[in-house]
Design a protein around this ligand. Structure first.
Ligand code: NAP
Length: 262
């Protein structure tokens, strides 16, 4: 399938590592131009050299999105360099374990803002450009938004809000032909996931237990499998899909887990 992304420009927050890096790379493989907003210098430089080896273009904006002005500058730099924006992948975030008992109101508010604010900011500032290209927006949420996880109130609040905004923006942007969808991962081995699993006393045992409960193949989802769905949603091949929450999780969230047990 030719996704027809040639010379189309996509902004990916957190696009230098983990799921975001797989998305950036896959966009380039499909002929598109990924602009990844991510403070990870070494990983970003490596990714850019991989993209250049494919004879494709790309750019890193090496910042951590924090203030609204960060998102505005990222949009401005992208348009200055490439002249257009065809899509946004809101992906940057971290499960930071701010719970009811372990956190406090100040930590809660800061974490919600950190995980949610820039999802709004990027789309807000990119909107004039997305209107021209009839662009596509993909919000990366998390299974925890619909199942809970325990001890992570702020992260799940932000992830749930991202799902609501997917529906809300899909409605608001119908008139411009801009589509908005969410992709919901569950268990994907990335630097973030590695840090989380390493908090367990016996990480390998915990990983084996989780994998044994994933119905399809008793394995983690790969970052590439998430990226393939995201890039399809960015492309015109999904031209009548909007407002959807798509679970790429081997059936982990919805299927009877008794089925998947080894
Ligand atoms: P990751 O391995 O930590 O990669 C995320 C990248 O984003 C990192 O390079 C990180 O830099 C960067 N980043 C974080 N906050 C940023 C910000 N405000 N502005 C710019 N860059 C920022 O994470 P991942 O596991 O790939 O997760 C990506 C997304 O998938 C997140 O939204 C996460 O909630 C979601 N998700 C992941 C899983 C999973 O199993 N991995 C499951 C469900 C949902 P630093 O490392 O320097 O912070």
């Amino acid at each position: 399938m030719n996704l027809q992304l040639t010379n189309r420009v996509f902004l990916i927050s957190g696009g230098a590592k983990g799921i975001g890096a797989a998305i950036s790379k896959t966009i380039a493989e499909e002929g598109g131009i990924p602009v990844f907003i991510d403070p990870s210098h070494d990983e970003g430089a490596l990714l850019l050299s991989e993209i250049e080896r494919m004879n494709q273009k790309g750019m890193q904006i090496p910042i951590r999105l924090n203030l609204p002005s960060d998102a505005r500058k990222a949009v401005e730099k992208t348009v200055e360099k490439f002249g257009r924006i065809d899509g946004i992948v809101n992906n940057a975030g971290a499960n930071d374990g701010i719970g009811l008992e372990s956190g406090d109101p100040d930590m809660f508010r800061k974490s919600v803002e950190k995980n949610l604010g820039h999802y709004y900011d990027l789309v807000h500032y990119a909107l004039p450009h997305l209107k021209i290209t009839k662009g596509s927006i993909v919000n990366i949420s998390s299974k925890t938004a619909v199942t809970g996880q325990g001890n992570t109130s702020a992260y799940t609040a932000a992830k749930g809000a991202q799902l609501s905004l997917t529906r809300e923006w899909a409605v608001e942007l119908l008139t411009y032909g801009i589509r908005v969808n969410a992709v919901i991962p569950a268990e994907v081995m990335t630097p973030l996931y590695r840090r989380w699993i390493d908090t367990f006393e016996n990480p390998q045992e915990q990983l084996d237990l989780i994998q044994s409960r994933i119905p399809l193949g008793n394995r983690m989802t790969t970052a590439q499998e998430i990226a393939d769905t995201v890039v399809f949603l960015l492309s015109d091949k999904s031209s009548h899909t909007t407002g959807q929450w798509i679970y790429v999780d081997g059936g982990y969230t919805h299927l009877d887990r008794a089925i998947g047990r080894n």
